[in-house]
Ligand binder design. Sequence first.
Ligand SMILES: [Zn+2]
Length: 215
Amino acid sequence: MLQYKIIPVTPFQQNCTLVWCDETQDAALIDPGGDLHLLQAAIEQANVKVTKILLTHGHLDHVGGTAELVRKHGLPIEGPQREDAFWIDQLPMQCQMMGFPPVQNFQPDRWLEQGDRVTVGREQLEVFFCPGHTPGHVVFYHAGQQLAWVGDVLFAGSIGRTDFPRGDYDTLVTSIRKNLWPLGDAVQFIPGHGPMSTFGTERKTNPFVADHRFG
Ligand SMILES: [Zn+2]
């Protein structure tokens, strides 16, 4: 089984998730945006060994803790898709814009593409390429437990902003409807901010992507 604990980090309360395989106790941090002391406490409480960092996209509140984690623990970085390289390269500027203390940029060890798989111990997550909020955004999906990490693609009752450089509203809506909905209404998702929901609930009630909006 894949276990997980959501840890909201940064002033933006971004949902970093510690995920681990309960057979091997190998773990990954998905979107470690900052507040490393909170992540460290969760790691100790779960008694797991973090072996990698997984990134959905290059925004500061999702990746801001990455360089320091790599420096301290030498962890490999997987994701996002390479079109987000410009966001990662501009991390120092993102810090200035958002009023964050400065962080270093970094180089992912593996860019991800649609159809790739990433492992956490003996568990596997499927990768879906879902641009629109950023051009290189990816979503992670655990088929066995019907659980998805969607970053800032989709929220309970909303969707990601598309007013950043290279954001695109139509592309985002298409990513959600073509990539996420086919996974099934029962799929639960952990968004980058706010509470969990299910794809089925959003298809009924989300004011941006509910089915009734599209005839
Ligand atoms: Zn974002």
